[in-house]
Design a protein around this ligand. Sequence first.
Ligand SMILES: [Fe+2]
Ligand SMILES: [Fe+2]
Length: 270
Amino acid sequence: MINQTINHSIHQTHLRQDPWKLDAVLPIDHQIAPHYFTKAPTGVWENFTRLLSRDIFSEADAQILYDHLMQRQDEFSDEFLAMLQVWLIDELKHYEALRRTYHCISGVSFAEMNRLFADRVHEIKPIERVLVDEFTILVTMMFDEIGSVYSYRRDLREYYCHFGREIQKIGHHLVQDEGRHFSNAAELLLSHHRDRLDHIEPLLHDIAHLEDRLGTYYKSFFLDHAQEQFRFPPNFNAVIIQVILARLGLASYPDAKAVKELWQWVPADG
Ligand SMILES: [Fe+2]
Ligand SMILES: [Fe+2]
């Protein structure tokens, strides 16, 4: 029944999907050849382990946000709900992909990861002001997903690429999927919320401001980049806001150098 609903709405809204198979990319019993650990540059393994210990759970937090939104499903369009189902399937696949990656990299067991996830406290209230309605959720989704595109792109270059083809491929899929989530949200805004396009720029500044003000991640999926800000250039949000506006035809794209800096910038002390 769910599949029928999704297929129907995909047809109507050109929802883009890529049902890549995790088992074909990174089987659950995959082991990383020992030479990758010895050849990786100093500090890469430690930093990758620390990053994964957080990233895996942010992906699983998608379920928390989804469950909250489903309690309000009468407020939303069928196309939005169909998009959300496709999005959740992808995010949960990311969770499983990162669990496998984390297990291979650090040896932490799946049972321990289950325990760590069960101990998390998720709060919706701090991000309530971006969840007002379908429109604000879509704009926040664009902000969050494009931020994920550039942060995974950076992670791919700094970490995933050092641990073999399979792990590198996971990084590629993450970048591509987050880019598609960004684009699906853009298409829905353009098809269903054209009358509110002028509100997008101030709302994006409001979202960036809220992220700064919160300064921490409340484990409800959105605004999870606060915890990694030190790895990104200070103008990160300003550039991604311009990318979002450009995707919606509301501004020109930032210059290629500014975009490249999002994932290649090196901190002064790094
Ligand atoms: Fe994801
Ligand atoms: Fe995503």
